[in-house]
Ligand binder design. Structure first.
Ligand code: FPP
Length: 269
Protein backbone atom coordinates (compact mmCIF):
# COMPACT_ATOMS: atom_id res chain seq x y z
CA UNK A 1 0.00 0.00 0.00
CA UNK A 2 1.25 3.48 -0.74
CA UNK A 3 2.18 5.65 2.25
CA UNK A 4 1.23 8.88 0.40
CA UNK A 5 -1.24 11.07 2.32
CA UNK A 6 -4.69 11.08 0.67
CA UNK A 7 -5.28 13.92 -1.83
CA UNK A 8 -1.97 15.73 -1.26
CA UNK A 9 -2.36 19.46 -1.91
CA UNK A 10 -0.46 20.62 -4.99
CA UNK A 11 2.25 22.95 -3.77
CA UNK A 12 1.89 26.51 -5.06
CA UNK A 13 4.79 28.21 -6.79
CA UNK A 14 5.93 31.64 -5.62
CA UNK A 15 4.54 33.25 -8.79
CA UNK A 16 1.09 31.80 -8.19
CA UNK A 17 1.05 32.87 -4.54
CA UNK A 18 2.04 36.44 -5.48
CA UNK A 19 -0.60 36.58 -8.23
CA UNK A 20 -3.23 35.40 -5.74
CA UNK A 21 -2.18 38.04 -3.19
CA UNK A 22 -2.31 40.77 -5.87
CA UNK A 23 -5.79 39.58 -6.95
CA UNK A 24 -7.03 39.63 -3.34
CA UNK A 25 -5.71 43.15 -2.83
CA UNK A 26 -7.42 44.35 -6.04
CA UNK A 27 -10.65 42.74 -4.91
CA UNK A 28 -10.51 44.48 -1.53
CA UNK A 29 -9.75 47.86 -3.10
CA UNK A 30 -12.60 47.53 -5.59
CA UNK A 31 -15.00 46.36 -2.90
CA UNK A 32 -14.36 49.40 -0.71
CA UNK A 33 -14.70 51.74 -3.72
CA UNK A 34 -17.99 50.13 -4.67
CA UNK A 35 -19.39 50.36 -1.18
CA UNK A 36 -19.22 54.16 -1.42
CA UNK A 37 -21.32 54.33 -4.61
CA UNK A 38 -24.82 53.43 -5.84
CA UNK A 39 -25.49 49.70 -5.92
CA UNK A 40 -27.91 48.55 -8.67
CA UNK A 41 -31.32 47.98 -7.13
CA UNK A 42 -31.82 45.06 -9.48
CA UNK A 43 -29.12 43.04 -11.21
CA UNK A 44 -30.11 40.57 -13.93
CA UNK A 45 -27.61 37.98 -15.12
CA UNK A 46 -27.43 35.88 -18.27
CA UNK A 47 -25.25 33.00 -17.09
CA UNK A 48 -23.68 31.80 -20.29
CA UNK A 49 -20.86 29.40 -21.14
CA UNK A 50 -21.33 26.25 -19.01
CA UNK A 51 -20.83 23.83 -21.90
CA UNK A 52 -17.84 25.70 -23.35
CA UNK A 53 -16.31 25.73 -19.87
CA UNK A 54 -16.81 21.96 -19.64
CA UNK A 55 -15.26 21.40 -23.07
CA UNK A 56 -12.26 23.60 -22.26
CA UNK A 57 -11.61 21.76 -18.98
CA UNK A 58 -12.12 18.20 -20.23
CA UNK A 59 -15.33 17.81 -18.22
CA UNK A 60 -18.66 16.26 -19.10
CA UNK A 61 -21.41 18.66 -20.15
CA UNK A 62 -23.33 17.97 -16.96
CA UNK A 63 -20.27 18.86 -14.90
CA UNK A 64 -20.15 22.24 -16.66
CA UNK A 65 -23.75 22.88 -15.58
CA UNK A 66 -22.95 21.66 -12.07
CA UNK A 67 -20.03 24.10 -11.84
CA UNK A 68 -22.47 26.77 -13.07
CA UNK A 69 -24.85 25.94 -10.24
CA UNK A 70 -22.02 26.12 -7.70
CA UNK A 71 -20.97 29.50 -9.12
CA UNK A 72 -24.47 30.81 -8.59
CA UNK A 73 -24.36 29.73 -4.94
CA UNK A 74 -21.08 31.66 -4.56
CA UNK A 75 -22.51 34.70 -6.34
CA UNK A 76 -25.29 34.98 -3.75
CA UNK A 77 -22.63 35.73 -1.13
CA UNK A 78 -21.10 38.45 -3.29
CA UNK A 79 -24.53 40.07 -3.74
CA UNK A 80 -25.14 40.03 0.01
CA UNK A 81 -21.70 41.50 0.63
CA UNK A 82 -22.32 44.54 -1.60
CA UNK A 83 -25.95 44.92 -0.50
CA UNK A 84 -27.53 44.09 -3.84
CA UNK A 85 -31.18 43.50 -2.97
CA UNK A 86 -32.72 42.08 -6.14
CA UNK A 87 -31.09 39.47 -8.34
CA UNK A 88 -32.65 37.73 -11.33
CA UNK A 89 -30.76 34.96 -13.11
CA UNK A 90 -31.62 33.47 -16.49
CA UNK A 91 -31.54 29.75 -15.76
CA UNK A 92 -33.51 28.41 -18.72
CA UNK A 93 -35.04 30.11 -21.72
CA UNK A 94 -38.08 28.77 -23.54
CA UNK A 95 -35.64 28.03 -26.41
CA UNK A 96 -33.36 25.98 -24.10
CA UNK A 97 -36.27 23.56 -23.62
CA UNK A 98 -35.61 22.29 -27.15
CA UNK A 99 -32.06 21.08 -26.31
CA UNK A 100 -31.53 17.32 -26.46
CA UNK A 101 -33.67 15.32 -24.06
CA UNK A 102 -30.78 14.07 -21.98
CA UNK A 103 -29.39 17.58 -21.38
CA UNK A 104 -32.82 18.97 -20.51
CA UNK A 105 -33.25 16.10 -18.05
CA UNK A 106 -29.86 16.82 -16.45
CA UNK A 107 -30.73 20.49 -16.12
CA UNK A 108 -34.11 19.68 -14.55
CA UNK A 109 -32.36 17.53 -11.93
CA UNK A 110 -30.03 20.43 -11.13
CA UNK A 111 -32.91 22.91 -10.86
CA UNK A 112 -34.86 20.57 -8.58
CA UNK A 113 -31.84 20.19 -6.31
CA UNK A 114 -31.10 23.91 -6.43
CA UNK A 115 -34.61 25.07 -5.41
CA UNK A 116 -34.73 22.50 -2.58
CA UNK A 117 -31.26 23.46 -1.36
CA UNK A 118 -31.87 27.21 -1.44
CA UNK A 119 -35.15 26.77 0.46
CA UNK A 120 -33.25 25.13 3.33
CA UNK A 121 -30.18 27.37 3.12
CA UNK A 122 -29.62 29.17 6.46
CA UNK A 123 -28.37 32.25 4.53
CA UNK A 124 -31.79 32.65 2.96
CA UNK A 125 -33.56 32.78 6.31
CA UNK A 126 -30.88 34.80 8.09
CA UNK A 127 -30.98 37.50 5.41
CA UNK A 128 -34.72 37.15 4.70
CA UNK A 129 -34.34 36.37 0.99
CA UNK A 130 -37.53 35.74 -0.96
CA UNK A 131 -37.06 33.12 -3.67
CA UNK A 132 -39.27 33.02 -6.74
CA UNK A 133 -39.38 31.45 -10.19
CA UNK A 134 -40.36 33.56 -13.22
CA UNK A 135 -41.60 31.88 -16.38
CA UNK A 136 -44.13 29.40 -17.71
CA UNK A 137 -43.65 26.85 -14.96
CA UNK A 138 -46.40 24.63 -16.38
CA UNK A 139 -43.85 23.64 -19.02
CA UNK A 140 -41.54 22.18 -16.35
CA UNK A 141 -41.66 18.60 -15.04
CA UNK A 142 -43.63 17.99 -11.84
CA UNK A 143 -40.47 17.53 -9.71
CA UNK A 144 -39.20 21.01 -10.62
CA UNK A 145 -42.62 22.59 -10.08
CA UNK A 146 -42.81 20.93 -6.67
CA UNK A 147 -39.31 22.17 -5.69
CA UNK A 148 -40.26 25.71 -6.81
CA UNK A 149 -43.44 25.57 -4.72
CA UNK A 150 -41.39 24.43 -1.71
CA UNK A 151 -38.85 27.29 -2.08
CA UNK A 152 -41.52 29.93 -2.70
CA UNK A 153 -43.63 28.73 0.20
CA UNK A 154 -40.71 28.61 2.67
CA UNK A 155 -39.59 32.14 1.78
CA UNK A 156 -42.92 33.86 1.01
CA UNK A 157 -42.73 36.23 4.01
CA UNK A 158 -39.12 37.27 3.46
CA UNK A 159 -38.75 40.87 2.38
CA UNK A 160 -35.12 42.01 2.54
CA UNK A 161 -33.65 40.47 -0.61
CA UNK A 162 -35.27 39.06 -3.74
CA UNK A 163 -33.76 36.16 -5.63
CA UNK A 164 -35.57 35.33 -8.86
CA UNK A 165 -34.86 32.43 -11.15
CA UNK A 166 -36.09 32.94 -14.72
CA UNK A 167 -36.87 29.38 -15.81
CA UNK A 168 -38.80 28.33 -18.92
CA UNK A 169 -38.74 32.10 -19.40
CA UNK A 170 -38.99 34.10 -22.61
CA UNK A 171 -39.29 37.88 -22.79
CA UNK A 172 -41.75 37.79 -25.68
CA UNK A 173 -43.84 35.13 -23.95
CA UNK A 174 -43.83 37.30 -20.80
CA UNK A 175 -45.25 40.23 -22.80
CA UNK A 176 -47.75 37.96 -24.61
CA UNK A 177 -49.19 36.54 -21.40
CA UNK A 178 -49.56 40.11 -20.07
CA UNK A 179 -51.38 41.16 -23.26
CA UNK A 180 -53.72 38.18 -22.97
CA UNK A 181 -54.50 38.95 -19.32
CA UNK A 182 -55.23 42.62 -20.08
CA UNK A 183 -57.32 41.65 -23.13
CA UNK A 184 -59.45 39.43 -20.87
CA UNK A 185 -60.00 42.36 -18.51
CA UNK A 186 -61.06 44.55 -21.47
CA UNK A 187 -63.38 41.81 -22.67
CA UNK A 188 -65.01 41.60 -19.24
CA UNK A 189 -65.51 45.40 -19.29
CA UNK A 190 -63.21 45.95 -16.29
CA UNK A 191 -60.62 47.99 -18.25
CA UNK A 192 -61.02 50.52 -21.04
CA UNK A 193 -58.45 50.19 -23.87
CA UNK A 194 -57.40 53.84 -23.45
CA UNK A 195 -56.62 53.16 -19.76
CA UNK A 196 -53.89 50.67 -20.70
CA UNK A 197 -50.57 52.29 -19.84
CA UNK A 198 -46.98 51.22 -19.15
CA UNK A 199 -47.64 50.67 -15.45
CA UNK A 200 -50.53 48.33 -16.25
CA UNK A 201 -48.39 46.27 -18.61
CA UNK A 202 -45.54 46.12 -16.06
CA UNK A 203 -48.03 44.95 -13.43
CA UNK A 204 -49.01 41.99 -15.57
CA UNK A 205 -45.49 40.72 -16.23
CA UNK A 206 -43.84 37.93 -14.20
CA UNK A 207 -41.71 40.65 -12.58
CA UNK A 208 -44.81 42.64 -11.55
CA UNK A 209 -43.68 43.84 -8.10
CA UNK A 210 -39.95 44.08 -8.84
CA UNK A 211 -38.07 47.19 -9.97
CA UNK A 212 -36.82 47.10 -13.57
CA UNK A 213 -33.22 45.84 -13.80
CA UNK A 214 -30.60 48.61 -13.57
CA UNK A 215 -27.88 46.37 -14.89
CA UNK A 216 -27.92 43.32 -17.16
CA UNK A 217 -24.73 41.33 -17.03
CA UNK A 218 -23.86 38.56 -19.49
CA UNK A 219 -20.86 36.24 -19.38
CA UNK A 220 -19.07 34.28 -22.14
CA UNK A 221 -18.35 37.11 -24.59
CA UNK A 222 -21.74 36.95 -26.35
CA UNK A 223 -23.33 40.38 -26.65
CA UNK A 224 -27.07 39.69 -26.95
CA UNK A 225 -30.13 39.91 -24.72
CA UNK A 226 -31.50 36.57 -25.98
CA UNK A 227 -35.17 37.18 -25.14
CA UNK A 228 -34.46 38.07 -21.50
CA UNK A 229 -36.57 40.71 -19.70
CA UNK A 230 -37.34 42.55 -22.96
CA UNK A 231 -39.89 45.04 -21.63
CA UNK A 232 -38.12 45.47 -18.30
CA UNK A 233 -34.68 46.23 -19.79
CA UNK A 234 -35.75 49.42 -21.62
CA UNK A 235 -33.33 51.58 -19.59
CA UNK A 236 -30.96 48.95 -18.22
CA UNK A 237 -27.20 49.33 -18.50
CA UNK A 238 -25.63 46.38 -20.30
CA UNK A 239 -22.33 44.81 -19.29
CA UNK A 240 -20.66 41.95 -21.16
CA UNK A 241 -17.68 40.01 -19.93
CA UNK A 242 -15.58 37.35 -21.70
CA UNK A 243 -15.36 34.89 -18.81
CA UNK A 244 -17.41 31.68 -19.08
CA UNK A 245 -20.01 31.54 -16.30
CA UNK A 246 -18.46 28.76 -14.14
CA UNK A 247 -15.11 30.60 -14.30
CA UNK A 248 -16.49 33.93 -13.05
CA UNK A 249 -14.38 35.45 -10.27
CA UNK A 250 -15.50 37.84 -7.58
CA UNK A 251 -13.21 40.39 -9.23
CA UNK A 252 -15.22 40.13 -12.50
CA UNK A 253 -18.45 40.67 -10.58
CA UNK A 254 -17.05 43.69 -8.72
CA UNK A 255 -15.75 45.15 -11.99
CA UNK A 256 -19.26 44.99 -13.47
CA UNK A 257 -20.70 46.90 -10.50
CA UNK A 258 -17.84 49.39 -10.59
CA UNK A 259 -18.34 49.99 -14.32
CA UNK A 260 -22.07 50.54 -13.70
CA UNK A 261 -21.27 53.15 -11.06
CA UNK A 262 -19.14 55.11 -13.51
CA UNK A 263 -21.93 55.36 -16.07
CA UNK A 264 -24.30 58.30 -16.13
CA UNK A 265 -27.85 57.09 -16.33
CA UNK A 266 -29.92 59.58 -18.31
CA UNK A 267 -33.17 57.75 -19.10
CA UNK A 268 -33.24 59.47 -22.50
CA UNK A 269 -33.11 63.00 -21.02
C1 FPP B 1 -25.66 28.54 -20.05
O1 FPP B 1 -24.58 27.83 -20.58
C2 FPP B 1 -26.36 27.78 -19.05
C3 FPP B 1 -27.61 27.26 -19.15
C4 FPP B 1 -28.52 27.48 -20.27
C5 FPP B 1 -28.09 26.33 -18.13
C6 FPP B 1 -28.62 26.81 -16.83
C7 FPP B 1 -27.72 27.36 -15.81
C8 FPP B 1 -27.17 26.69 -14.80
C9 FPP B 1 -27.21 25.22 -14.63
C10 FPP B 1 -26.53 27.46 -13.75
C11 FPP B 1 -27.21 27.24 -12.43
C12 FPP B 1 -28.60 27.70 -12.33
C13 FPP B 1 -29.51 27.27 -11.42
C14 FPP B 1 -30.80 27.96 -11.23
C15 FPP B 1 -29.25 26.10 -10.55
P1 FPP B 1 -24.76 27.00 -21.93
O2 FPP B 1 -25.31 25.65 -21.60
O3 FPP B 1 -25.60 27.79 -22.88
O4 FPP B 1 -23.29 26.83 -22.40
P2 FPP B 1 -22.64 27.29 -23.79
O5 FPP B 1 -23.01 28.75 -23.98
O6 FPP B 1 -21.18 27.11 -23.55
O7 FPP B 1 -23.19 26.39 -24.84
Amino acid sequence: MSSDPPNPRPRRGLGETLAQAAGDAMEQRLLSQIQGGPIPRHLAIIMDGNRRFARGHGLLRVEGHLRGKEKLEELLNWCLEVGLRTLTVYALSTENLTRDTEEVHELMDLFTESFRKIADDPRVHRHRIRVRALGSRERLPARVQEAIRYAEERTRDHDQYFYNVAIAYGGREDILQAIRAIAREVEQGRVKPEAIDEAMVSNHLYTQDLPDPDLIFRTSGEERISNFLLWQSAYAELYFCDVLWPGLRKLDFLRAIHDYQRRQRRYGA
